[in-house]
Design a protein around this ligand. Structure first.
Ligand SMILES: Nc1ncnc2c1ncn2[C@@H]1O[C@H](COP(=O)(O)OP(=O)(O)OP(=O)(O)O)[C@@H](O)[C@H]1O
Ligand SMILES: O=P(O)(O)OC[C@H]1O[C@H](OP(=O)(O)OP(=O)(O)O)[C@H](O)[C@@H]1O
Ligand SMILES: [Mg+2]
Length: 282
C-alpha cells in the first residue's frame, strides 16, 4: 500500500485533490476526513497540514507527499523532490516599506518577520548577513505596521497582500516555488508503486498542457505542415480516400493552439480540429 501525504487545507489543498482525482485515485468526500483508503488503487491518503508533510515524508513514515517547495526547504527535513506539479506557483521574497531597503546587503542588524525561519536563516547565512529572525505564524505583512519587524520575508503570488500593507519587494527572489511531489531522501527497496503514481501524475500534467490536433493537407505540403506540428515523437500521417490528401494527427502545446492553427491554414491545411486529451501515458 502506497502511503501518500495530501495537503488538508490552504493554498495547495484543492488543486492537489484535483490532480490526484484526475490521476484516478479516490479523494475525500468531506473536508473533515483525515485518512482515505483506496484499496483498489493500492493507496492510502493522509490529509495533513502542508507544513508538516515534509516532516512525515522525511522520516519515512509516509512514502510520498504533495507540498510546496518553499515548505519542503523550510522544514530542512531529509526529503527530496520527485516531480514538479505545475500549480501553487509563488515566489519567496523580502519586502519592506518603500525606501527602507533596496538590497539584501542592507539587512545587517535588521529584524525580519517570517513564517519560514528555516529558509530565511539559510539565505542570510549564505549571504553572510547578521539579522534577527522573528518567527510568526502568518499575516507577517502586518508585523512592519505594528513595529515588530523592519522587513518581512514571505510568499508572494499576486503581490496584492504586500500592496495592501504598503510594502515593496526588494532584492532577488529567495526562491521560486510550486507544488511538488516529495519522497524520503534515503529511499530503499521497491519503488514500483511510486513509479506508477509519478507516471499517472505526468499523464495528468501532459493532458493539461497539450491538445490533440487533426487536419487534412495535400500530400506535397505534408512535410511543411508536419514541421509546424512535430508532436511529441512524430505526427501520425494517414492516407485519405482522395489520394492527393493525407490526414495528420499530433499533440500540440495548448498555449500555442491558435497560432499553430493559423500557420497550418496558411500552409494549406483544412478541416483543422482540436480536441481535449482526457488522459494519457507517455
Ligand atoms: N497565494 C498564495 N498564498 C499562500 N500560499 C501560496 C499561494 N500560492 C501558492 N502558495 C503556496 O502554498 C503553500 C502554502 O500552503 P499553506 O497551507 O500554508 O497555505 P495557506 O493558504 O498559507 O494556508 P494557511 O495560511 O491557512 O496555513 C506554499 O507552498 C506556498 O508557496
Ligand atoms: O501575493 P498574494 O497573492 O497576495 O499572496 C501572498 C499572500 O498569501 C499568503 O497569505 P495567506 O492568505 O496564506 O495568509 P497567512 O499569511 O495567514 O498565511 C502569503 O503568506 C501572503 O501573505
Ligand atoms: Mg499562509
Amino acid at each position: 500500500m502506497l502511503r501518500v501525504a495530501m495537503p488538508n487545507k490552504g493554498a495547495l489543498a484543492e488543486a492537489s485533490a484535483e490532480v490526484m482525482r484526475e490521476a484516478g485515485y479516490r479523494g475525500r468526500r468531506e473536508s473533515k476526513e483525515l485518512v482515505v483508503l483506496d484499496a483498489e488503487q493500492g493507496v492510502e491518503l493522509f490529509y495533513l497540514r502542508p507544513r508538516d508533510i515534509a516532516v512525515y515524508v522525511g522520516q519515512g513514515t509516509l512514502d510520498v507527499g504533495i507540498t510546496g517547495r518553499d515548505l519542503l526547504l523550510d522544514s530542512q527535513a531529509p526529503a527530496v523532490e520527485v516531480m514538479q506539479l505545475g500549480y501553487g506557483g509563488s515566489t519567496f521574497r523580502y519586502a519592506a516599506r518603500p525606501g527602507q531597503a533596496t538590497s539584501v546587503a542592507e539587512l545587517d542588524g535588521k529584524r525580519i518577520a517570517t513564517s519560514f525561519p528555516g529558509l530565511v536563516r539559510k539565505d542570510l547565512a549564505d549571504k553572510g548577513i547578521d539579522a534577527s529572525v522573528v518567527r510568526l505564524d502568518g499575516a507577517v505583512e502586518t508585523a512592519v505596521t505594528l513595529g515588530v519587524a523592519d522587513v518581512i520575508a514571505d510568499v508572494v503570488e499576486t503581490g496584492t497582500t504586500l500592496r495592501n500593507a504598503g510594502l515593496e519587494v526588494f532584492g532577488e527572489p529567495i526562491l521560486t516555488s510550486e507544488a511538488v511531489l516529495i519522497r524520503p531522501q534515503d529511499r530503499a527497496g521497491d519503488t514500483s508503486a511510486i513509479d506508477v503514481l509519478v507516471r499517472r501524475l505526468q499523464g495528468v500534467l501532459t493532458a493539461r498542457r497539450y491538445v490533440m490536433m487533426d487536419y487534412d493537407i495535400k500530400v506535397e505540403l505534408v512535410e511543411r505542415a508536419c514541421a509546424l506540428t512535430p508532436g511529441l515523437e512524430s505526427p501520425t500521417v494517414s492516407p485519405l480516400h482522395d489520394k492527393g490528401y493525407v490526414a495528420v494527427r499530433a499533440m500540440v502545446p495548448r498555449s500555442s493552439t491558435n497560432a499553430v492553427m493559423d500557420e497550418l491554414y496558411e500552409v494549406g491545411a483544412r478541416a483543422i480540429l482540436v480536441t481535449e486529451i482526457a488522459a494519457c501515458r507517455l
